[in-house]
Design a protein around this ligand. Structure first.
Ligand code: 5GP
Length: 173
């Protein structure tokens, strides 16, 4: 198992997170927000992002996954659902990485069924090359190449989530 040198350094990530938070704060100025983190992958990004957002907010989480090891299954399972009622509320859905788009598209449609006032999506990473389902990303951190990455919340087999940077992960032969 090899974790290569950082693709995105801690400084680069933190700078971009603050920029995204500033943009979100400006767009939602004068409004309240429900920020929803998609666990587990988004936990670190979510915590960093929300501490820089300047509008009043409540926090919620959803645990969902479409991923087994490093290939998508195409099916999304929700293990833990929202506790907050999002009807007529402004919702910010926060994801770590958009790959095929299957997970986010599924969650977006599930959320829209609950008639929020607004639903915006923020994703730290976008692997556009891999997209199967087109899903709108309102706030995007970085576009990255089609490589499997770990760190800053992202795992391989539940490991490496604690790294403060993001690296390309290669399996040793
Ligand atoms: P999608 O449904 O867009 O194909 O997959 C989204 C989910 O797959 C992400 O939330 C993440 O958990 C996982 N995923 C996609 N690409 C990567 C990657 O490069 N590294 C890791 N660790 N997880 C990934």
């Amino acid at each position: 198992m090899i974790v290569g040198k950082p693709l995105l350094s801690e400084d680069e990530i933190q700078k971009r997170v603050r920029e995204l938070a500033a943009q979100i704060s400006a767009d939602f100025e004068g409004h309240e927000l429900i920020a929803v983190g998609i666990l587990k992958g988004a936990f670190m990004f979510f915590a960093d992002l929300v501490r820089h957002i300047k509008v009043p907010m409540t926090i919620d989480f959803i645990i969902a996954s479409s991923y087994v090891k490093d290939s998508t299954t195409g099916e999304v399972k929700v293990y833990y659902d929202l506790r907050e009622d999002i009807k007529d509320k402004n919702v910010l859905l926060v994801e770590d990485i958009v790959d095929t788009g299957v997970t986010l598209n599924y969650l977006r449609e599930r959320f829209l069924e609950q008639s929020p006032r607004a639903l915006k999506i923020c994703a730290l990473l976008d692997k556009r090359e891999r997209r199967i389902v087109d899903v709108p990303i309102d706030y995007k951190g970085f576009e990255i190449p089609n490589e499997f990455v770990v760190g800053y919340g992202l795992d391989y087999d539940n490991q490496y989530r604690n790294l403060p940077y993001i690296s390309i992960f290669k399996k040793s032969i």
